[in-house]
Design a protein around this ligand. Structure first.
Ligand code: FAD
Length: 407
């Protein structure tokens, strides 16, 4: 595994230090299901929001690799704080910094550096894995776009200020492709037409609201359209390239949760005695620990490889490679489910109790194989790249490909 530079080790240690405060609050955050604003303020003051924002826009201009070092430390201590660290450094903010106008970059940087965790709005009730089947529409009327539609499972809905909304763009009555539209909740109420319809109760990461958002005649000035190179026709593909950053971040949050559970398990088996000896002495349990550590180290190696593929930071930051990001997320997400379950098992009944952190880790780890591209869909992405060909998922997809070749 790559050694850390002094600066990287210092950054990780600073995150580890503040994460101790997060650890002390993790159970309460889970119990109350409240977004942890006090911890968000502490993380913002310590400079852990907007790590990847270039210096020219007020950030420290660090790399995705630096960000994953920070995310792992927070996720180990408090899964919700780790998740916040993902979206405060990757995802929507990465997309705006790569494709935004000067004004958009300044706006997004100012919000994130002040403690906002932006929301990305892609998924719809009838368009999950098949995201390009989204029906949310943005129709141009002069210099204003009007958005109508419904998104659900929007992380941070109701607490996030900056929203990156994916919608089908219509100009002059014609569909142009899928575009990204930036909308800001100003803190004094939602912009007319942006309705936080309901919070969706979830299994884990309970301090992070997941929301259903309705857009009803939501007006967005043309200046707030995020236009990647290639325009709307290539919009979805380009915006999803930015999403590779978020995937590496999500993989890291999963890794952190699993690594935290592993640490608890390692300590427990050495203090818990049965049959007159520490349970760590039973070979079956030692092999479980060995397998857990192998999964964690393998996940970390793929995550670090993917994060480093985005480049060194300030001004030279790209996005993580699609194949590497997909591989890392599949391994870390599946691995986190296995490792947290094994950790709970090692704790016996105490692991099953809500008085201890193991059952929380199991619940918190479960979502990463679903959100941000399911483990199945990402495996298909990996296969596509190995085979060097598109693998359409609709029934007539291969026919359409063949017709295009003949045309
Ligand atoms: P479906 O697409 O209905 O899939 C159901 C099952 O079928 C899955 O097992 C899936 O793997 C499988 N499947 C579907 N198609 C295929 C295929 N072609 N091949 C093989 N298997 C297939 N979305 C956002 O836009 N923004 C967010 O901030 C956000 N945050 C989320 C947070 C959480 C906690 C969760 C759980 C979800 C979040 N999502 C978010 C939504 C997430 O991206 C979707 O849930 C995901 O894309 C899958 O869509 P779906 O749930 O509709 O499942």
């Amino acid at each position: 595994m790559t050694e850390l530079t002094e600066a990287e080790a210092r950054l990780r240690d600073r995150a580890r230090e503040l994460a101790r405060e997060a650890a002390a609050q993790a159970a309460e955050i889970d119990r109350t299901e409240q977004y942890p604003w006090p911890m968000v303020r502490r993380m913002t003051e310590a400079g852990f929001f907007g790590l990847t924002i270039p210096r020219a826009y007020g950030g420290p201009g660090l790399s995705y690799f630096d960000a994953v070092l920070v995310i792992e430390e927070f996720a180990k201590a408090c899964a919700v704080c780790g998740r916040i660290a993902v979206e405060a450094n990757m995802g929507a903010i990465g997309a705006v910094m790569a494709y935004g106008t000067e004004a958009q970059k300044r706006l997004a940087a100012a919000l994130v550096l002040a403690g906002d965790k932006p929301a990305i709005c892609i998924t719809e009730p009838e368009a999950g894995s098949a995201a390009t089947e989204m029906t949310t529409r943005a129709v141009r009327h002069g210099d204003t776009w009007v958005i109508d539609g419904v998104k659900h499972w929007i992380t941070g809905g109701g607490v996030s200020r900056l929203h990156l909304i994916f919608a089908r763009a219509f100009e002059d009555g014609e569909e142009k492709g899928i575009g990204g539209f930036l909308v800001v909740r100003n803190g004094e109420g939602d912009p007319p037409g942006l309705i936080v319809h309901r919070r969706i109760p979830s299994m884990g990461l309970k301090g992070m609201p997941e929301a259903e958002l309705h857009f009803r005649g939501l007006e967005v000035p043309d200046a707030m359209v995020l236009r990647p190179p290639g325009g709307f026709a290539r919009g979805f593909g380009r915006l999803m390239e930015a999403y590779n950053g978020q995937r590496v971040g999500a993989a890291t949050a999963a890794l952190g949760i699993a690594a935290g559970a592993f640490d608890h398990a390692l300590a427990f088996v050495q203090r818990r005695e049965q049959f007159g000896r520490p349970i760590a002495e039973f070979q079956g349990l030692g092999w479980m620990l060995a397998d857990m550590s192998i999964k964690l180290e393998a996940s970390r190696a793929l995550i670090w490889q993917a994060a480093r593929s985005a480049g060194p930071g300030d001004g030279q930051l790209g996005f993580p490679d699609r194949l590497l990001a997909a591989r890392a997320k599949v391994l870390a997400a599946d691995g986190a489910i296995e490792v947290t379950n094994a950790a709970l098992q090692l704790w016996g009944a105490a692991g099953y109790s809500r008085e201890n952190p193991m059952e929380r880790a199991v619940r918190d780890a479960r979502m990463f194989a679903i959100a941000g591209g399911t483990a199945q869909v990402l495996r298909t992405q990996v296969a596509e790249q190995l085979l060097g060909r598109k693998l359409p998922q609709t029934r007539d997809g291969f026919l359409k490909l063949a017709a295009r070749k003949l045309a």
